[in-house]
Design a protein around this ligand. Structure first.
Ligand SMILES: [Zn+2]
Length: 295
């Protein structure tokens, strides 16, 4: 088993060609693969949309434009599903303003018409409660699973304090992220039930310790490993992005869309799963490409 970072030339090739024709760009990159992917889907994370002035490297008012570009690319690629890995919005002075930010995000995201899911991030439930977040994003649960193209997808919710309380109404520290016992029980039985190879989606990290990692990450990793079904874990939260492998499972941390001004500083990705269980992340704009090969 080996993992390689896709060469910078290939990433730039994708990004540069994207400017003229997104579809051609993807075909160009895809042409270098030895196999045809069994599944492709779109990924974005850490959009932090908010109507407020730039703070450091966070250009809040540029985020919806960056999201529109990614969305339109995913539509041209005819992807069956797009997943947002958390922190859709940033904080405001009032609950009503945060609800407005979330509605604006959702309107932009949903305009693709593509099947879409949102993983819960800490910023999604600063002032909002989980119920309010779910209502606007038209989702039933904060941790859930679904099947697509012969694969199983698990969405986890690590927005719980150590005492088990849900995040919401500004009642938490962002470093205190936990997956509580009742969710672990659900995860064990969900993985037990599925016959499909599985991809896990979570906002905070499972491959590093706090502050960016989930407090009980080791316990969660053991459940994923013991199932023998998990092909990859996709995460957000750590804005620079990262890639690590733990006991044979690749953990991809995607780069944040919010960091930097204008379209050149956006980041989004297409995930490709191959028949031999290899996983490839095609990176666009500032997102790096990564590959985890099974051989
Ligand atoms: Zn974030």
């Amino acid at each position: 088993m080996k993992q390689t970072q896709i060469g910078r030339r290939a990433i730039l090739q994708g990004s540069v060609l994207l400017l003229s024709s997104g579809l051609a760009a993807s075909r160009e990159v895809r042409g270098s693969a030895e196999q045809t992917p069994s599944l492709r889907l779109g990924l974005v994370t850490d959009i932090h949309h908010a109507d407020k002035p730039t703070a450091g490297t966070r250009f809040y008012r540029d985020s919806l434009g960056k999201l529109e570009e990614a969305r339109d690319f995913f539509v041209r690629e005819k992807l069956p599903c797009v997943i947002e890995l958390g922190d859709t919005i940033d904080s405001a002075n009032t609950l009503a303003a945060e609800q407005d930010y979330l509605r604006q995000f959702w309107k932009t995201f949903a305009a693709s018409g593509i099947d879409r899911r949102c993983v819960l991030g800490n910023h999604c439930v600063s002032a909002l409660t989980k119920a309010e977040f779910l209502e606007i994003t038209q989702q039933a649960k904060t941790f859930d699973s679904f099947d697509l193209g012969g694969f199983h997808f698990v969405l986890l919710d690590a927005c719980y304090r150590k005492d088990g309380a849900d995040y919401g109404r500004n009642n938490f520290e962002w470093t205190d992220a936990n997956i509580p016992p009742h969710e672990l029980d659900w995860l064990r039985s969900d993985l037990d039930r599925t016959m499909n190879k599985t991809i896990v989606l979570v906002h905070q990290r499972l491959d590093v310790p706090p502050p960016y990692g989930i407090q009980n990450a080791a316990e969660v990793r053991k459940i994923l490993q013991d199932s023998g079904k998990v092909l990859a874990v996709l995460q957000g939260h750590y804005h620079p992005g990262d890639y690590r492998e733990q006991n044979g499972i690749p953990y991809f941390t995607l780069s944040a869309m919010i960091e930097g001004s204008g379209p050149d500083n956006s980041a989004y990705a297409v995930l490709e799963v191959f028949p031999d269980d290899s996983i490839r992340l095609l990176g666009f704009r500032k997102q790096k490409g990564f590959e985890h090969r099974r051989a």
